[in-house]
Ligand binder design. Structure first.
Ligand code: C2E
Ligand code: CA
Ligand code: CA
Length: 694
């Protein structure tokens, strides 16, 4: 035994176990065989050799040891060379090795193994080069080593496998030979997540177990750490995904609920307030449907960026639905209105146009926001959210693009709407027929629907009656005569607009069938009606039933309805058109007013919205806009109806500008059928138009 070996044995940085081993070696003349036995029994190596700088066994050895060493020597010797080439291996430094050491993963005797080499020369008493002793130790990574790992390190059921045949609840990490990169197989275990706990448990092995065994484990640990890092990264990633929205990177509903719950629980003082705002993008669906999902996604991200720019890091903005967001403002001043200002700011920012597809597409959307302010424990999470939802609903029904803060009167409005909804349902279920008079019992609790008719007049000097638009009314027992704006949105929301629409068509067509044959009937159609697959068949069968020629019917569709139409709906409309039914574009000027759409769709008539007509006589551009629309319509061969004609000046301008038809209070208001019938009777008396009806 050389001096180096002695100094290794005397080394004071050894653990008690190692010192015991060392003193045993010192006391007894030791053979390679004994050394190997001690190494394997005390340290649990599968094999250990004491080797000199020339790469030969430093101790006398039996045949078996020599034979074994002969086989592993070519593989282990590069380790010694590498070790000699470096004074202190970074690995050793990292784990606090007193002496240089080197550890590699390799295949030995056909098994995945960790092989380690440490110089048994204390660095302080370094022997001259080439006169050193090395402890080479091998630990197979299958079998017992993994049992130990499994038991001590919390790698539940760790096992070695040639291929990654892990079960659903297991993880596998591949081990490759350090020097060659040759795949050695997989270590598979049941993860005890989070991964950091495993790492935490692995760490003590470094101080507790023997120096070299620590080194050996270190390699495994380094791999483990690497894969646990990967694992925890993927876990982190998975966790991130589970609480974040992939598209926008915002927290999702579950993360929001978590933050919200914490915020609610943390509120202590009476002076603290917080708010939840629910944000709904207006017209997002239209963009998504019209321009495709990629554009929709781009728009969402851009909208999120704008919202993000006005909130602070303490606030939580989460995506809780397709185009719905929730904003938690955990700290607002009691009685202040900074939260309202912030939300108004968001609405403002979302209102300005978005440049998408690299500037090729300019889109305008908007946002509606409902806010719920809460300030103590008396409100549950559900209640706070419910209130924000009620406020949002109000913001949407009040015309969108606005911020509404919850107050208890909103609950009553909501309740009233719900009542109307169920009453309307009852009404439509009764399937009452107009104009058959209703019995007392029928009128009873929910009242009845009625179709009013507003005359449409030719825009010429005579202003003769050309037809009428059917406008539904609800005679309500307590609320009086309800205009459609009060219940059409409710019917749409309740999913009964199709029945309502059919009811109106049926009753209006029945009435129109009795009018002189030169009078047409215009009926409003909701977007959802066109989506019904047998839309055209139903309409044609109603017309047939009541005996109204299809050519006397005009269907009025808004721009939104027309441009959201799918292939099936379009085909149905075209079939109706081929049977003589006319299609009118309602409220032109209020929606997207896209001229290309006008050309694209085969419509017969454009109804100029009354907001344009209103401009006539008040703003100079009013006349210019209307002249332009009329000029375009003429060029395209479309008829035009100006809506909301209220003054003679408006009428005169429209007649002179070449509008086809006029409709408005100046000429006649919507009226019940019997009144309209008398209008028909007097229609050849031009003296009444524009005067008596004002
Ligand atoms: P609309 O289709 O634009 O109908 C014209 C509306 O303008 C009617 O309101 C009418 O009363 C009003 N109006 C007519 N002339 C004038 C005028 O000179 N000045 C002003 N200020 N207003 C005028 P109404 O009857 O309250 O209907 C409101 C909306 O309800 C209609 O707008 C239509 O979109 C919808 N609607 C009515 N009936 C039905 C229906 O049976 N089905 C569907 N889906 N919607 C309907
Ligand atoms: Ca209309
Ligand atoms: Ca209209």
């Amino acid at each position: 035994m050389g001096a180096g070996y002695a100094s290794f044995l005397a080394g004071d940085s050894l653990t008690p176990k190692e010192r015991g081993f060392a003193s045993e070696l010192a006391d007894n003349p030791v053979s390679a065989e004994t050394f190997g036995k001690i190494a394997t029994t005390v340290f649990g190596y599968n094999a250990a050799f004491l080797v000199n700088s020339t790469g030969n066994l430093a101790l006398p050895s039996d045949d078996e040891t020599s034979h074994r060493f002969k086989w592993v020597r070519p593989l282990l010797q590069p380790l010694i060379h590498k070790l000699e080439g470096s004074t202190q291996h970074p690995l050793g430094q990292q784990i606090g090795f007193a002496k240089p050491g080197r550890v590699e993963l390799m295949r030995l005797e056909g098994r995945p193994s960790i092989a380690g080499v440490v110089s048994v020369m204390s660095p302080s008493t370094a022997a001259p080069a080439g006169n050193n002793l090395y402890l080479l130790a091998i630990r197979f990574l299958d079998g017992a080593a993994l049992d130990t790992l499994s038991r001590e390190q919390g790698l539940a059921g760790a096992r070695y496998a040639r291929s990654a045949d892990q079960g659903a609840d297991e993880v596998a990490f591949q081990i490759n030979a350090t020097a060659t990169g040759e795949p050695l197989g997989f270590i598979i275990w049941k993860p005890d997540l989070p991964g950091s706990r495993v790492l935490g448990r692995l760490a003590p092995v470094l101080s507790g177990a023997g120096l070299v065994i620590a080194g050996l484990f270190f390699a495994l640990m380094a791999r483990l750490r690497g894969s646990l890092k990967e694992l925890s990264e993927s876990e982190h990633h998975a966790k991130h995904l589970s609480v974040h929205d992939v598209l926008t990177g915002l927290p999702n509903r579950s993360r929001f609920a978590d933050r919200f719950g914490k915020c609610l629980a943390a509120m202590k003082s009476e002076d603290e307030s917080a708010a939840v705002a629910l944000i709904d993008l207006d017209r997002f669906k239209h963009v998504n449907d019209t321009y495709g999902h990629a554009t929709g996604d781009e728009l969402l991200r851009a909208a999120v960026a704008r919202m993000g720019s006005v909130i602070t890091s303490a606030d939580t903005l989460a995506r809780v639905g397709g185009d719905e967001f929730a904003l938690l403002l955990p700290s607002i001043k009691k009685g202040g209105d900074q939260h309202v200002a912030l939300c108004n700011n968001i609405v403002e920012r979302l209102r300005s146009p978005f440049q998408l597809r690299g500037g090729d597409l300019v889109i305008r959307i908007g946002a509606s926001i409902g806010i719920s302010v809460f300030d103590d424990h008396t409100h549950t999470e559900n209640e706070v959210l419910r209130r924000a939802d009620v406020a949002l609903y109000e913001a949407k029904t009040a015309g969108r693009g606005r911020v509404i803060v919850y107050n208890s009167s909103l609950d009553r409005r909501l309740e009233a709407r719900e009542t109307l909804k169920s009453e309307l349902r009852t009404l439509l279920e009764r399937g009452q027929h107009f104009p058959a008079p209703l019995s007392e019992a029928q009128v009873s609790d929910v009242g009845h629907l009625e179709v009013f008719f507003q005359g449409v007049y030719r825009a010429d000097r005579e202003c003769g009656l050309s037809g009428a638009e059917a406008l539904v009314r609800w005679r309500h027992p307590t609320l009086g005569l309800l205009s459609p704006d009060k219940f059409i949105p409710i019917a749409e929301e309740a999913g009964i607009i199709d029945q309502l629409g059919e009811w109106v068509l049926c009753n209006a067509a029945k009435a129109a069938a009795t009018w002189p044959a030169d009078l047409s009937l215009a009926v409003n159609v909701s977007p959802s009606q066109i989506r019904t697959w047998d839309f055209d068949i139903r309409i044609l069968s109603i017309l047939e039933e009541v005996g109204l020629s299809p050519s006397r019917l005009e269907l009025e569709l808004t721009e939104a309805a027309l441009f959201n139409i799918d292939e099936t709906g379009l085909a149905a409309l075209m079939r109706l058109r081929s049977r003589g039914v006319q299609i009118a574009l309602d409220d032109f000027g209020t929606g997207y007013s896209s001229l290309s759409h006008l050309i694209q769709f085969n419509i017969d008539r454009i109804k100029i919205d009354r907001s344009f007509v209103k401009l006539l006589g008040t703003k100079a551009e009013g006349a210019a806009i209307i002249s332009a629309i009329l000029g375009l319509s003429r060029t395209l061969g479309k008829a035009t109806t100006a809506e909301g004609v209220e003054t003679e000046n408006q009428r005169d301008f429209l007649v002179a500008a070449g509008c086809t038809d006029l409709q408005g209070f100046l000429l006649s208001k919507p009226e019940p059928l019997h009144t309209f019938l008398s209008t028909i009777d007097q229609r050849n008396d031009p003296s009444r138009h524009g005067k008596s009806r004002m």
